[in-house]
Design a protein around this ligand. Sequence first.
Ligand code: G6P
Length: 364
Amino acid sequence: AAAQKGGYDTFMEKEIHEQPYVIHETLRMYMDHTQIKIDELDKMDWHFEDFNRVYFIGCGTAYHACLYAQYLFDKWLNIPSFCMPASEFRYGDPKLDKKSLCILVSQSGETADTLAALKMAKEKGSKSIAITNVLGSTISRLADVTLYTCAGPEIAVASTKAYTTQLVLLCVLMIQLAQKMNCSILDVDSLLQDLQNMDVHVEKILSQKELIKDFSSLLKNKKDAYFIGRQLDYVSVLEGALKLKEISYIHADAYYAGELKHGPIALIEKGSVVIALAMQENVAEKTLSNIEETMARGAHVILITSMQKVSSDYDHVFKIDNIHPYLSLIPVTIVLQLIAYYAALQNECDVDKPRNLAKSVTVE
Ligand code: G6P
């Protein structure tokens, strides 16, 4: 097993470090420089402009990838879209018909609830696109169209490289759907440019892992952590909190920063750890004022931001290059993976095989 870990201590550490490469490979599969090329989709005789609703379905980390995709879809297209964990979708009596499109995301392509959701969609005559990491998986065989993340085998139970490759692939797919549905995306060129350079942005985060390790020592002996963010940053805080609880067993919750004052702030006390994201320029200042409310109550804050100027009142600031706001969640996610990873090591947890969890949940 040591050889399989390629010199790293754990599979998770190895998989975190593979991200620049696998992101690049995934993009290479569906893009020619800044030109999107999804042959699998081009050969379908679908009337894209006729779709009446689009569902995004997945479980766990893949569900977070779905939240991201739906956010983009909703920004760019005028068709009603919904995002649901597969276990809710399948029992929620969704309005499916021949004009609906279901987009299913599953690393393994075997998750029972996601598979059941796909079968349901097919029975109702809906169209389906699956995003999976495993060639020949059950979901890949059943979906009308299957697109693959090129993450390679993911061994650690907590998903890292599969997730970030899902994000880039979903971004490409959403742009392509917008084009096929005749919706224009204003700044598509800058988006595609930043996408093409994503491996460089990710590499830059990995090169700062010692700083991230340092910050994560704030979590030593803590029982709870609070993740806050607004807009797309909320997707990242959900994933960051999930990663932390999965592998370090620290109780972590994610909140919309603006919702803090409606309840969660009651929990903040001296020594609470708050991990805050301010990557979305239009709401960053708002989030900063939420952070100050937690600091006034004695919280220790790790701020992850792309803002140029940040007050010296913040002790733990991690700066990220200013890239397109719809892509910034990728480097942010890597920071959050590393925070969770180092917190788990401090707690002496088995990061590759966390208690009670399975890599692929094939029973309900
Ligand atoms: C399990 C894993 C998670 C994963 C989820 C969905 O719960 O522990 O890491 O996100 O299943 O798996 P899938 O293979 O469908 O993406």
